[in-house]
Design a protein around this ligand. Structure first.
Ligand code: CP3
Length: 338
């Protein structure tokens, strides 16, 4: 008995859209902060499958979301490729050595780092009810490459964009390697119980059109084709954040089943340019949930109305912020579910 989220991904239209939120497990929840303090850090939580499963389920218990997203991080893929990874408090991720200082060939792959993540999926699936959809994920090759090259987050992904222009063959080799590892990783998540997967392309928006074709569309199409071959019944959600006018090309050419929309897109426009019947996910501004107030239910209605007649999963345009009051999430749920 699949639940409303999975049904929507397979093309059915629900009277009330199913809902989950990107980053729904995390710092805005006091129960998360408590467990994190106890375990001593983010990566320690991710690699402890009991803790990670517990954190995955926390927002389901509190809000009865329709989907549970695996508690992990996109940077587990670079870590399993052998790059050093640390999360320093208040500073975000640090990867070392960077791919400007070292070559991929210098890394010693550590595929066993995926084992506890698969365990988390298995444990979570056993903890949630059948009607809650278990979501797996990976970062898209381009987004992961930007971190592997710069060694950290950056405003404009300049190091990766420069490398792609200066040495496209090297960039291609990096993306191809990430594609291969991501396919293995996603298949492992599905075999462990993930019922749908999302490809997070958080930095898709920084690329010029030809570059977008090469570094966003092509690698995502490769991953999608491989997953379709081994697991044809598992829906794939693509989330090309910042794609803007390139969204319809992404939706047509990657082969994903559904697209996630960021908050900058007009949902009426998105509805008019996307293939008929393609499920969409999104796209309330996470900062509006943080702010709260009368604009929140009004905007929720605008988003829902825009996708009337199309399979729609309610979500935010990006991850929920750490300073979002719990009451505002409750307000959001009332606005969506009535
Ligand atoms: O959505 C979920 O609840 C599932 C878990 C999840 C996390 N990160 C947990 C996390 C998912 C799907 C991600 C994806 C992710 N991670 C992306 C793509 C989506 C996006 O948000 O753009 C990216 C770019 C990352 C890399 C990353 N991880 C950064 C830049 C940071 C530091 C910034 C920040 O928000 O702290 C992280 C850390 C991280 N990943 C936290 C969580 C809950 C915070 C860790 C903590 O301090 O407790």
């Amino acid at each position: 008995m699949p639940g409303p989220l999975l049904d929507t991904l397979k093309g059915s239209i629900q009277e009330i859209p199913p809902i989950w939120l990107m980053r729904q497990a995390g710092r805005y929840l006091p129960e998360y902060r408590e467990l994190r303090a106890e375990k001593g850090g983010f990566l320690a939580l991710v690699y402890d499958s009991d803790a990670a499963a517990e954190i995955t389920v926390q927002p389901i218990r509190r809000f009865a979301f329709d989907g549970a997203i695996l508690f992990s991080d996109i940077l587990i893929v670079p870590h399993a490729m052998g790059q050093g990874l640390e999360f320093l408090a208040g500073e975000g991720p640090k990867l070392s050595p960077t791919l400007l200082e070292a070559k991929l060939e210098d890394f010693t792959a550590a595929p066993e780092r995926f084992d506890p993540i698969y365990e988390t999926v298995r444990k979570t699936r056993a903890m949630i009810s059948q009607s809650v959809t278990m979501l797996g994920f990976a970062g898209s090759p381009w987004t992961n490459a930007t971190y592997m090259i710069a060694g950290q987050g950056s405003k404009d992904q300049g190091s990766a964009r420069l490398l792609a222009y200066r040495d496209p063959a090297r960039m291609q080799a990096i993306c191809d390697a990430i594609v291969d590892v991501s396919i293995t990783y996603l298949r492992g998540q599905i075999d462990a119980g993930a019922e749908a997967i999302q490809l997070f392309d958080s930095w898709a928006g920084s690329l010029a059109p030809d570059e977008f074709e090469r570094w966003v569309i092509a690698p995502n199409a490769k991953i999608t084709a491989a997953i379709k071959q081994s697991h044809p019944d598992t829906p794939i959600i693509g989330f090309p954040k910042g794609a803007g006018a390139k969204l319809p090309a992404y939706a047509r050419e990657t082969g994903v089943d559904a697209v996630g929309l960021d908050e900058t897109l007009d949902p009426v426009w998105a509805n008019s340019v996307l293939p008929e019947g393609m499920p969409v996910q999104g796209n309330l501004d996470p900062l509006l949930v943080e702010a709260g107030g009368p604009a929140l239910p009004k905007r929720v209605k605008t988003v829902i109305d825009a996708f009337e007649g199309r399979p729609h999963i309610f979500n935010l345009g990006h991850g929920i912020g750490q300073f979002t009051p719990i009451e505002h999430v409750e307000e959001l749920l009332r606005a969506v579910r009535g």
